[in-house]
Design a protein around this ligand. Structure first.
Ligand code: TTP
Ligand code: MG
Length: 352
């Protein structure tokens, strides 16, 4: 499952008057002069040639009338979590692989392709009815094929790979649909006269190994539909964070410190509510113009102390105080989380 135009979908959900319009989430184009990038754009905007990762200046040239919005990561994280909670209940095994994508192993609960397809339809309905956004799903005998299939009929797609002929499904597709096959690999294969997966399927595993080393082995598994990676349940969050964009860019660094104190309190509370302890503390700071920095520090032990979090975050922020540039966003983050009683951490032992 992969959500459609995710960041933009959330913006449209929260502001339905944007529906049907070209919408871009990313850097402020500043009349075409800005240097940031497009994070994502609505399918209406994609008709003008807009793409994720494209310089915002080019996007602005292609589609000056689009609605350009700054990202609201906190909100996207919230919706992502709600989607994942819905999905998890529908799977035997579940693996979230990005903010808007996940694998569901349903081989126990769906014993036929039809059942799997029905389940996919039910999931799409779930997500639409309860969250008002759409997703695309691929049903396939393995993960790499499911991922490729999920991308075939975006947006709001459902693509089922025939289990008796997965190789035939792949054969007509261009090699570029394989995740990880970028422009360099495409150019290399083109030299060899290979444009489609069908053509690539005729190349022996030995040859692929010669061309690509270990990656060739993986590639062979994908194109021969032999890949058998299991859906891997990650039972815990890797990190938690709180961040805020200031209403207007902040020049007075004391306000940045004050904000980080507030965030540290909120984050420490969330960590304790989840019965977690953390070992790594980090900060994120974004200046006007979107230049962004992160810093982190590993503590000597696990803790859930708000005081420790605030203290470390302030230390990490200090190096940026001298930059004397307007601050757009500041955030605090903890990682290496563990659901266990913390070793007693004394104040002077926090940082290594
Ligand atoms: P994707 O799933 O790659 O893109 P998408 O959901 O916007 O569109 P699609 O319908 O094609 O799936 O990425 C998910 C989110 O991750 C996306 O909404 C924004 C963010 N993102 C970036 O910030 N930068 C990028 O370069 C990409 C590709 C995504
Ligand atoms: Mg997506």
């Amino acid at each position: 499952m992969d959500l459609d135009a995710f960041y933009v979908s959330v913006e449209v959900k929260d502001n339905p008057s944007l529906k049907g319009l070209p919408v871009v989430v990313g850097a402020d184009p500043e009349g075409g002069k800005a240097r940031g990038v497009v994070m994502t754009s609505s399918y209406e905007a994609r008709k003008f040639g807009l793409k994720s990762g494209m310089p915002i200046s080019i996007a602005y040239r292609l589609c000056p009338n689009a609605v350009y919005l700054p990202p609201r990561w906190e909100r996207y994280g919230e919706i992502s979590m709600q989607v994942m909670d819905l999905l998890r209940r529908r799977a035997d095994k579940f693996e979230q692989t990005g903010i808007d994508e996940a694998f569901l192993d349903v081989s126990d609960r769906a014993t036929s392709l039809e059942q799997a397809q029905d389940l996919a339809r039910a999931i799409k309905k779930d997500i639409r009815d309860s969250l008002g956004i759409t997703c695309s799903i691929g049903v396939a005998p393995n993960k790499s094929l499911a991922k490729i299939a999920s991308d075939r009929q975006k947006p709001d797609g459902l693509t089922v790979v025939p289990f008796d002929d997965p190789k035939g499904f792949l054969a007509p597709l261009p090699v570029a649909v394989i995740p990880g096959v970028g422009s360099k690999t495409q150019a290399f294969l083109k030299e060899k006269g290979i444009a489609t997966i069908g053509e690539l399927q005729k190349v022996s595993g030995q040859e692929l190994l010669k061309w690509f080393g270990k990656t060739g082995v993986w590639l062979w598994g994908v194109i021969q539909a032999e890949e058998r990676l299991s859906v891997f349940e990650r039972d815990m969050l890797k990190s938690m964070s709180v961040e805020r964009t200031f209403g207007e860019d902040v020049e007075d660094f004391d306000r940045v410190y004050a904000q980080i104190d507030i965030e540290a309190r909120e984050l420490a509370e969330r960590v304790r509510d989840a019965d977690l302890k953390f070992k790594v503390t980090g900060i994120k700071i974004r200046f006007k113009g979107f230049q962004t920095f992160t810093r982190e520090v590993t503590l000597t032990g696990y803790t859930d102390s708000e005081e420790a979090l605030r203290h470390q975050a302030r230390i990490l922020l200090k190096e940026f105080e001298t930059k004397k540039r307007p601050v757009r966003l500041v955030g605090v983050r903890v990682s290496q989380l563990k659901r266990e009683k913390a070793e007693l951490t004394r104040l002077d032992e926090w940082a290594e």
